[in-house]
Design a protein around this ligand. Structure first.
Ligand code: FES
Length: 679
């Protein structure tokens, strides 16, 4: 017998089925496994179930849809429309019932597992599957003849309405249950955290229907800077981003000096933990204020960081990380209560997730980069370099992935640079130097105009021109090399040697004047010989790390290079290659990924399956320890020249001509380049 019930076709999934006339759209969607959201369980309160019916002829689907294929507006929809407004053509899926054959579109915002584009350039997406959700539940009232606790009846309601079983209830949440149930007249909204690897947990219970935003914070906790993205856990949208300097800098600029501080000072680790926790709370409050929300709505945080920061934020002593064999307290991911980490400005029951570490020097930030850039899913041999105070370097493809970290120091983040600053409005982020006139022009964060464009002064009147950020210093040094102001050994020429008065004496060396703002009370921004040396040390460490992984893989070239960095603007591949930060490759094979570790943190925040995935990937990554590898030192020394002492860089020379200049007049700053080691 053929089924004569109305045919329902959902788009974009294409799922279809026949249902008796009068079936609510939400019920049909659930039976077919269509991804249609609901927080209120079909009570017409939450509006998450919005759908758009389509009418007319659909030869593709073999149906003709009449105008009255769905029931007319009911009182619930009318009331909702009056109070909050329903967009034109939309219906509430839990209220509209099927009357005859119909095609129903589920818009992205009504899909639980909607996809969020994470990078416009690549169009890659994050599928929404956050660990924390809200649910509206009706709890049975107590009955003297059938005695049971309020919690038992709440559990039963959660099981019956939402299929959630075995929920754990912290004592502090239990304490709020009875008043909430009575105040809500036995209807409450609960926030439930369902991790990928453990039982569900009740985070809060509120009377009635609550629709305040459910927020998460993705944190990239670097040695020098801390960056945070506040995300809506329902839409996946980034509501605000903020960054600040890591206050632990006062205990030591690089990681090993912080480990030494912990070794030398009793209570030092705890002191550093306290400092970073204060900063994280400050970041949460600042970012929430910027988004116009309450920080206590933040129910989850994901933290990615290097192993030393990992131990320091957890309050673990990092001493073992300062000496071979660099043993971690734990390399596994951690799911913790946020208040155990002192993150008291968040929701009182907020959860935190720390990605797993790969090894003693290769941390959760490298894991986050792997999650974001997925070298393990590539056919092409891909080199991913995440530039920071400690660089994370991954090399691999589907067959094998290697990882190391390299102690670049904070120069690429604008620290230890005379005019350096973090990426913030007013910082020079792009720079060009005319090879003929040796005159610079630049752009600052906060304006799209170049400094020689009309209107630049007015556009930057508020921020001023305050310094140079990481991507700016990379471009500045590379441009100086291309303009013949800097020789291959890294020496800045004098005014006589270069033909520009912008190369001014500074002690026994020279500096290049980028911008003189003193007439307006601003700074004089120069690139000094000391800055060049700091960049040379940093870039040599990066190159040596990459080269070490290539040795290990047995290759002399790679198919793709992905440059990532936490310091704001994207790094220019051409400039990075002129510096010799990265191995020679066709420029088209080099892409810039922005803050890959931060993106990895965001993916782990929004998709709990990604947490399980990265935990598995990390177990398969082969880690290479730079600190004990003699070839690292050899690669480091050869990489000191710009771009390199011995590697010919043929691809680079195809697109850029580097002037053959030499400024070593027999003295000055030619020798004594000692690199800083972490350990
Ligand atoms: S499911 Fe909540 S309004 Fe329809």
């Amino acid at each position: 017998m053929t089924d004569t019930n109305p045919l329902v076709i959902f788009t974009p999934s294409g799922k279809r089925g026949r249902f008796p006339a009068g079936t609510p759209v939400l019920t049909a969607a659930r039976k077919l496994g269509v991804d249609l959201d609901s927080v209120c369980g079909g009570r017409g309160i939450c509006s998450r179930c919005q759908v758009t019916p389509a009418f007319g002829e659909f030869p593709k689907h073999g149906v003709s849809v009449a105008r009255d294929a769905l029931s007319g507006w009911n009182a619930v929809e009318a009331r909702y429309d009056e109070k909050r407004g329903l967009p034109e053509g939309r219906r509430l899926g839990c209220q509209a019932t099927i009357q005859s054959d119909v095609v129903i579109d589920v818009p992205p915002e009504s899909q639980v597992h909607r996809q969020v584009v994470r990078k416009a350039a690549t169009g890659r997406v994050i599928e929404m599957d956050p660990a924390t959700h809200r649910y509206l539940v009706d709890v049975a009232e107590p009955d003297m003849h059938d005695p049971s606790g309020d919690l038992q009846r709440l559990r039963e309601a959660l099981r019956a309405s939402w299929g959630i079983e075995g929920v754990e209830v912290p004592l502090r949440v239990l304490a709020t249950l009875q008043p909430a149930l009575r105040q809500g007249k036995w209807q409450v909204t609960v926030t439930v955290h369902r991790p990928h690897d453990g039982p569900p947990r009740l985070l809060d219970i509120r009377p009635g229907f609550v629709d305040t935003p459910l927020l998460g914070l993705a944190i990239d906790l670097g040695s020098t800077t801390i960056a945070g993205h506040l995300c809506d856990l329902t839409s996946g949208e980034v509501l605000a981003s903020a960054g600040l300097m890591n206050p632990q800098i006062r205990f030591g600029e690089d990681l090993m000096s912080r480990v030494s501080y912990a070794m030398m000072n009793p209570g030092g680790a705890a002191e550093m933990a306290a400092a970073v926790r204060v900063a994280l709370n400050g970041l949460a409050s600042e970012i929430a204020t910027e988004a116009g929300v309450d920080p206590t709505e933040i129910v989850e945080a994901v933290i990615v960081c290097n192993p030393v920061m990992h131990h320091l934020v957890l309050g673990l002593d990092p001493v073992e990380l300062g000496q071979a064999p660099f043993a971690l307290s734990t390399s596994e991911s951690l799911s913790l209560a946020a208040d155990e980490l002192g993150l008291t400005s968040l929701h009182p029951q907020a959860r935190t997730y720390l990605l797993p570490c790969i090894a003693g020097h290769v941390g959760a930030d490298a894991a986050a980069v792997a999650l974001s850039e997925e070298p393990d899913k590539q056919d092409a041999l891909t080199l991913v370099i995440d530039v920071g105070t400690n660089a994370e370097i991954l090399l691999g493809n589907r067959d094998r992935v290697l990882a190391c970290s390299s102690p670049t120091g904070p120069a690429f983040e604008g620290a230890q640079i005379s005019s350096g600053q973090r990426a913030a409005p007013g910082a020079i982020e792009r720079i060009e130097i005319d090879p003929a006139t040796k005159e610079p022009r630049f752009r600052v964060i906060g304006s799209d105009l170049w400094s020689d464009d009309p209107g630049f002064a007015a556009a930057t009147a508020v921020t001023g021109v305050t310094g140079i950020c990481g991507s700016g210093i990379i471009e500045a040094v590379a441009e100086m090399r291309m303009a013949g102001l800097l020789d291959a050994s890294g020496l800045i020429g004098s005014a006589e040697q270069t033909g520009t008065s912008r190369c001014e004496p500074e002690g026994r060396t020279h500096a290049y004047l980028v911008h003189d703002g003193t007439s307006d009370g601003g700074p004089r921004i120069t690139v000094t010989q000391g800055d060049i040396r700091a960049i040379q040390l940093a870039k040599s460490a990066l190159y040596a790390g990459a080269r070490l992984l290539m040795d290990e893989m047995g290759v002399d070239s790679v198919d793709r290079i992905v440059l990532a960095g936490a310091f704001g603007a994207h790094i220019s591949p051409k400039h990075a290659m002129v510096l010799g930060m990265i191995p020679d490759a066709p420029l088209a094979a080099v892409t810039s990924a922005g803050n890959a570790a931060g993106t990895g943190a965001r993916i782990a925040l929004l998709n709990r399956a990604a947490r399980g995935r990265i935990e598995q990937v990390v177990r398969q990554i082969t880690k290479v320890e730079t600190a004990i590898e003699p070839r690292f030192q050899e690669h480091f020394v050869a990489a000191n020249a710009l771009p390199h002492a011995t590697a010919p860089f043929p691809e680079l020379r195809r697109v850029v001509t580097l002037p053959e200049v030499a400024f070593n007049a027999g003295g000055g700053d030619g020798g004594g380049r000692r690199r800083r080691r972490r350990a």
